[in-house]
Write a protein of this length. Structure first.
Length: 317
């Protein structure tokens, strides 16, 4: 809503927030644009018109950021964020409304890379991590959303704006359904996202991320095998050493899920094929240790992953 002079006479910045309402002093904002941003008068008026119109039509609880990303230029959004006192900027960007979305949740869900960049440019590293850690109604962070969408540039931007420890912590966060950002990238076959994540962490952290369970209690590799995502399996194989590959393959699969039993039947059929073809002794010995577990054989005629496992389980000599 627009503010009267009495609302803003004691406000140092041209735009301020009170609860879910936003107030703007047009005179102060124009002075801010011409003196601090060095806009000419016409450009300043154009930016002010966008900001004031949006403030009049939307409160923070009224899909402010969804409509801002749709209706305002990134230039106007940048000016908006730099015309508010910093603590109020953090409050504004942390505000959760419909579906518990923040500004970053909205922008990530709709692939608004340019707006995400403007938002992250306006905050420091620690506050950036705090904003990226806020979850929506389904337990997803903005990183979950961007990985799900396959928005590689936004994923790269988010991870590059925080330090190594923060980055690893963010990638370990599971959604309400138990999925990490890597699992969500897998479900939509975004192997390019996996490459970005791999390049952003240490190798030890990478192996740990690959061993985390998601929805269905399977690791990323196990889910990739079950879903017959060969390119994802290939990407994982190319990112690890022979010893690390064997370690990933030997990760136990939960036995209480019928969906997983169906997967394991084809898993062992593939192992038998590798054994017949004299696959690498180290791979065979690791897999054989679990072959005596008495797991249920449940053949699924609609799905055969033997070729993928045969191609990728062989240890490079």
């Amino acid at each position: 809503m627009a503010a009267s002079a009495s609302n803003t006479t004691t406000v140092q910045y041209p735009i301020c927030i009170d609860g879910d309402n936003i107030y703007c002093d047009d005179t102060k904002l124009k002075d801010h644009l011409t003196h601090d941003f060095h806009y000419n008068e016409n450009d300043a008026d154009r930016i002010i018109e966008q900001i004031t119109r949006h403030i009049e039509q939307h409160s923070l609880s009224d899909d402010f950021w969804w409509s801002a990303a749709e209706e305002m230029s990134t230039e106007a959004i940048r000016v908006l964020l730099h015309s508010i006192e910093y603590s109020q900027v953090i409050y504004m960007l942390s505000y959760q409304h419909r579906e518990e979305y923040t500004a970053l949740n909205w922008c990530a869900a709709y692939n608004r890379y340019e707006v995400i960049k403007v938002i992250l440019d306006s905050v420091s590293g620690e506050e950036c991590y705090q904003l990226l850690s806020i979850t929506d109604y389904d337990g997803r962070t903005p990183l979950h959303e961007s990985c799900w969408q396959g928005d590689t540039e936004s994923v790269k931007l988010m991870l590059n704006r925080i330090n190594q420890d923060m980055r690893y912590s963010l990638l370990q966060m599971a959604s309400g359904r138990g999925d990490t950002p890597l699992h969500l990238a897998l479900y939509n076959r975004h192997t390019d996202v996996m490459n970005v994540v791999h390049d952003s962490v240490t190798q030890t952290q990478w192996i740990n991320l690959l061993q985390m369970n998601g929805d269905g209690e399977m690791t990323v590799l196990q889910e990739a095998a079950y879903c017959n995502h060969q390119s994802y399996v290939d990407t994982i194989r190319d990112s690890v050493s022979d010893e690390e590959w064997i370690k990933l393959l030997s990760t136990p699969i939960p036995e209480y899920n019928q969906r997983i039993h169906s997967y394991r039947s084809d898993y062992w059929r593939a192992v038998d094929m590798i054994d017949e073809l004299r696959a690498a002794a180290r791979v065979k010995s690791v897999l054989q240790t679990e072959n005596n577990s008495g797991m249920l054989y449940c053949h699924n005629p609609l799905w055969d992953f033997s070729k993928v496992l045969y191609d990728r389980l062989l240890v490079r000599g």
